[in-house]
Write a protein that binds this ligand. Sequence first.
Ligand code: C2O
Ligand code: CU
Ligand code: CU
Length: 493
Amino acid sequence: MPLTAVRRLIVERADPIAGRCRYVADLGNELVPRPILTARRGEAFRGTVENRLPQPTTVHFHGLALSEAQDGAGFDAILPGAAKTLEFQIRNRSGLYWLHAHPHGFTAEQVHAGLAGLLVVTDGEDATLDAALALAPGNRLALAIADARVANGSVLPYAPSAEECLHGWFGNRALVNGALDARFTAAPGWVRLQILNACNARGLLLAFKENEKENEREGGEAVPFHLLGTDGGLLAAPVALDRVFLHSAERVDVAIDVSGLREIAALSLPFDPRHQVKAGLLAHPHPARGRYRPLAADTVCTDGGRREPSNTLPDGAELPLFTLTGSGQKMAAPPLPSRLSSLPEVSGRTDAPSRTLRQDFDERAGFVIDGTPYRIEENAFSVTRGVREIWEVRNSPISMPHPMHLHGFGFRVLRRRGTFGPARALASESAGRLPTDLGVKDTLVIWPNETVWLAVDFSLPDDAAFRGRQRYMFHCHNLEHEDGMMMRNFSVL
Ligand code: C2O
Ligand code: CU
Ligand code: CU
């Protein structure tokens, strides 16, 4: 559904018992729940967000280059019953972007409740690729994969303990575009999947295998695929893979030739999740929590007694995601184009960093950036607009993987060091970069003990909306960490 057709985006709680929520797009003559939005690069959007939740909310367009006023980052939350007009132009390259709730202290709960939607941005390069792949109608899908705790077919309310606020909230089942046991049908030839990890905290090691017979659980052949793009759009050239890490908020764009296949299972392969930390005496100060009730009829962040979590699978456990049903018919798919976009190569060498950021663990505050728990009114640093900076971001050994996200600006990965073995084994070149590091990123996992070097271009559009100081955020997209204290604000001046 075209984003430009949306007049009103209603944020509502659809089920007060379990606390499930949804976005509803009002097109003027029709209401569409859980829309998958599309837009062409260059298009402008104007619409009203209406908050019908019992909590403050915002709509953050993750990955888009927006001004502070439109970014929806939580500086200016929409109170229950209130509305706000959004107005912006889409300047990003084609790719899969997404919108989600981002009110500080409530983000994890609201996103888990279902307040996450997809936005597919298209442009000329994207259309050229689809034509070269000769995609059959229905063979291009945009998928948001979340995990939830499911018992007897229903999603259990979000109610993490202090321990779960430290490690993250992990479900036992995958929800794909909101559905359990999702199944899609594909015609023979190429299938193009744009996939978002919308889990609060779970990392995925995405792979595909062929299910030979129904009822046969083990032993399917791995189905190879090609990485076409990442968070911020198409790579310069496709990369052939058999697995790819996809952490919270990251996106991949992949092509699979399903000719001759009957049933393909998408799954997350088992991996060592590297949670190298134990809970201390975690205090959880969510200042606004006292004033607003949880979405579900249950509590959030219970500080007291340790209860054994049920209906959960640990991070890194194998998890079935969805199924693609093919016809089994053989067909010669056209060759993949060797060039996908005009994305320039960045050098893997490192210039001197202009800024160093550390990820630490604090016994009381949990995970923090530069030893400083988040405060909404604080400005960690200022950046001069138009300047290209090199960020050196280092994760401590006593840690876990943190999917770090930068608002407002896509970045390029220059180098990784200290990557743990199984991830390092997927690296394709000497700078230690993974195939997903070769594209434009806005979110990037940093493993314990790892250091990454990023190049960020802080140019802002020459447009009235971007005049004056613009505040953005750099934070962990493990949403329990984000609502915890692993976030900093910075200004572009
Ligand atoms: Cu996807 Cu600060 O967010
Ligand atoms: Cu974002
Ligand atoms: Cu984190």
